[in-house]
Design a protein. Structure first.
Length: 688
């Protein structure tokens, strides 16, 4: 009918599994929706939307039995009971009709029951009879409190909880365009007014549908105010924001739905011995010791190669999403069977998501005191050792032994979940972290084969849930995965993160390009190509150019921006490490040797050249070159002077920079070639 598609459209999220196969939805899937006023001026309305299974359509044609031979029609009574529970607690019932299929006999039957306010009476009788037949055989029994309420409702037919007086509105789903509107109007024959048109697939009439829904909910709230019935709904603690979201995950038939029913105090989820009964991830809100708690029941997991259809893949996707949005994860282990590879995969989901996890050994009342495969009595200590060997990825997680059916140790386990959530929300000051890391590095700092020592420039906690510690270091390759695990273990010993996962981010110190004035003072010529003007030169590019330059350079100053340490004798970066360097100008009597590096000290590099006094030019040379003293003449003279200098420097070694050019021979050659004759005479005035 498109109920799940309509649910996802209103929730603006993939809450319910959508598939053409009939009977996909079984439990009551809930979501909190926000509706804006049509004119954007009124207050928004927050409502709880409930998606139910299809009435009368529980299995697809030819799929009555699952892959292991279980009869799925046995779930019909439980599904109808969940539908009746949803209608009894609703203020507005949306009856979905397939506009393309038309009004069917089943639609007329549902409309008749809603009109007579008898929907759910027979379903409750079936569910109670089913509980009596499967008591002690199924996975678990419903909560005693909810069973008593159900029996009381059967004994008292006039009880108001038996029927519902909620307003009913017909929704013609799958109205994909105007040509389907006449078919959608056939739903008016049900006697419940004109239907609303909507298509969740292509959003046809979506805006009008949301406006109609907002107006209807506003009228319901107004009626409740007049009758004085809105007081309880407005102050319901379940409407508040939850203080804890608890995801319950595990393999199939581990007892997840039974645990949720015990926490909620009612048969909120369908419980059956049929494996894979739960498909959707269902949020169940309830009050626990004055606190609002949301328990997320998820589908049971099995090996991926055994997935029967794409519905199981959709359920697995909902399972991962539930783990990501939860505050604490309960990993349920069936104590009556051995730990399998599926249990390891489930535990890995919590580990990779960095979620606080509790390893819950369920059905412990059935395993306690029994003899194991080795013939010895099973105790909590022996089973804990067994879990630590099998689930090594969650070695830090606490272990709880409980029984979801009888309620043994359930409250203590929930209290432990709140404690883990508090641990994951703790914050540690930056000073405490820096002092702790300094002590660790002083006693057990990392190093490599050549003796390089690690330095940590900054440590801080940058996040919670999970606690995230960020470190800025000089040599990131020294912080290997093994050393990071060593740091995490020390953090758990010293910090209040004993039983929760910690995320550690190790980053190198960022390199910055030296400023332009520092590069100019170093005697490095920067390219002025248009392509290079867009992006600043990085430190690596700068020192690579500095190393390849064969022209003599001036002494490197101590301007800001030179943050790289450890240079070789040629002025290049030796190992690419980051750090600060103090560069001094010193007279050089012989070629500079490679500087020695000490541990924890700053490297000092001398890149200087002995300054030679310039030889004065004769007065005659000044007169003979008067014509080249203009702007153009200067450029030509410099260009001509650079050619023989470059040719001579190419034939000399690095140690021959002290040789000077014969100025007399150079200018005589210039006069012989007639250089500078084409320069305008008006430049002579500038020389004079």
């Amino acid at each position: 009918m498109g109920k799940s598609s309509l649910m996802n459209m209103l929730a603006r999220s993939k809450v319910s599994i959508v598939d053409p196969t009939p009977g996909v939805t079984r439990d009551r899937v809930t979501a909190i929706i926000h509706l804006d006023a049509p004119d954007k001026k009124g207050p928004p309305i927050i409502a709880e939307l409930v998606d139910t299974g299809g009435f009368g359509a529980y299995v697809a044609e030819g799929e009555r039995y699952d892959d292991v031979g279980e009869d799925l029609t046995r779930l019909a009574g439980d599904i109808e009971y969940q539908i009746s529970q949803a209608t009894h607690g609703a203020d507005l019932i949306l009856l979905a009709i397939d506009a393309q299929a038309g009004v069917t006999a089943l639609d007329e039957e549902i409309a008749r029951r809603l009109r007579e306010q008898t929907l759910g009476k027979q379903e409750r009788s079936k569910a109670a009879k089913s509980d009596a037949q499967t008591d002690g055989k199924s996975e678990a029994k419903p909560a005693a409190k909810s069973k008593d309420r159900r029996k009381a409702a059967e004994k008292n037919p006039d009880d108001k909880t038996r029927a519902t007086s909620a307003r009913v509105q017909v929704i013609a789903t799958k109205t994909d365009g105007q040509r389907w509107e006449p078919h959608a109007l056939e739903a008016s024959a049900l006697g419940m007014g004109e239907p609303w048109f909507v298509s969740a697939k292509n959003n046809y009439m979506r805006r009008e549908f949301l406006d109609f829904l907002y107006v209807s909910l506003s009228d319901i709230q107004e009626d409740q105010r007049k009758k004085g019935e809105s007081e309880g709904h407005a102050t319901d603690p379940k409407d508040a924001m939850p203080e804890l979201k608890l995801a319950i995950i595990g393999k199939r038939n581990a007892g997840k739905s039974t645990l949720v029913n015990t926490l909620a105090g009612e048969p909120r989820m369908i419980v059956s011995e049929i494996a894979g009964t739960t498909r959707d991830s269902v949020d169940v809100r309830f009050e626990y010791d004055g606190k609002v708690l949301v328990a997320i029941d998820t589908a049971g997991l099995r090996r991926k190669r055994a997935f029967a259809n794409q519905i199981e893949w959709f359920a697995y996707d909902r399972l991962q999403l539930s783990v990501n949005r939860a505050d604490v994860v309960m990993v349920l282990i069936d104590a009556t069977v051995k730990i399998s590879q599926v249990d390891e995969q489930v535990a890995m989901l919590a580990q990779k998501a960095f979620k606080p996890a509790i390893i819950v050994v369920n059905k412990w009342d059935l395993a306690d005191g029994q003899r194991g495969p080795d013939g010895k009595i099973v105790t909590t200590q022996r089973y804990e050792d067994y879990i630590r060997r099998e689930l090594q990825g969650l070695w830090y997680a606490p272990i709880a032994f409980m029984s979801g059916e009888s309620g043994m140790n359930v409250r203590e386990t929930v209290d432990l979940a709140f404690d883990l959530h508090r641990q994951a929300s703790e914050r540690v000051t930056t000073g405490k972290l820096n002092r702790l890391v300094a002590r660790i590095l002083e006693t057990s700092g990392p190093s490599d084969k050549v003796g390089s020592q690690a330095k940590v420039y900054f440590v801080a906690q940058t996040g919670t849930n999970p606690p995230t510690v960020s470190m800025v270091v000089n040599k990131i390759h020294l912080f290997t995965p093994n050393y990071q695990r060593f740091l995490l273990n020390r953090f758990r010993e010293e910090l209040p993160f004993t039983e929760v996962p910690i995320r550690l981010n190790v980053k190198p110190r960022s390199q910055k390009a030296p400023p332009a004035h520092a590069i100019a003072s170093a005697g490095v010529r920067m390219q002025t190509d248009a392509a290079d003007n867009d992006a600043p030169m990085t430190a690596e590019e700068f020192f690579a150019e500095f190393e390849n330059d064969e022209t003599p350079t001036a002494a490197i100053g101590t301007e800001e921006g030179f943050e790289d340490a450890d240079f070789d004798a040629d002025g290049g970066d030796e190992d690419g490490d980051e750090g600060e360097s103090e560069v001094e100008a010193q007279p050089e009597a012989e070629p500079a040797a490679k500087p020695a590096r000490g541990r924890g000290t700053k490297a000092k590099v001398a890149a200087t050249e002995e300054k030679k006094p310039a030889k004065k030019k004769p007065a005659a040379e000044k007169v003979s070159t008067a014509k080249t003293s203009g702007k153009k003449g200067k450029a030509a003279a410099e260009k001509a002077a650079a050619a023989p200098a470059a040719a001579e420097s190419a034939d000399t070694d690095d140690d021959d920079f002290d040789d000077e050019i014969d100025a007399d021979a150079y200018f005589a050659e210039m006069e012989a070639q007639g250089m500078g004759e084409d320069i305008d005479d008006e430049d002579d005035s500038e020389e004079e």
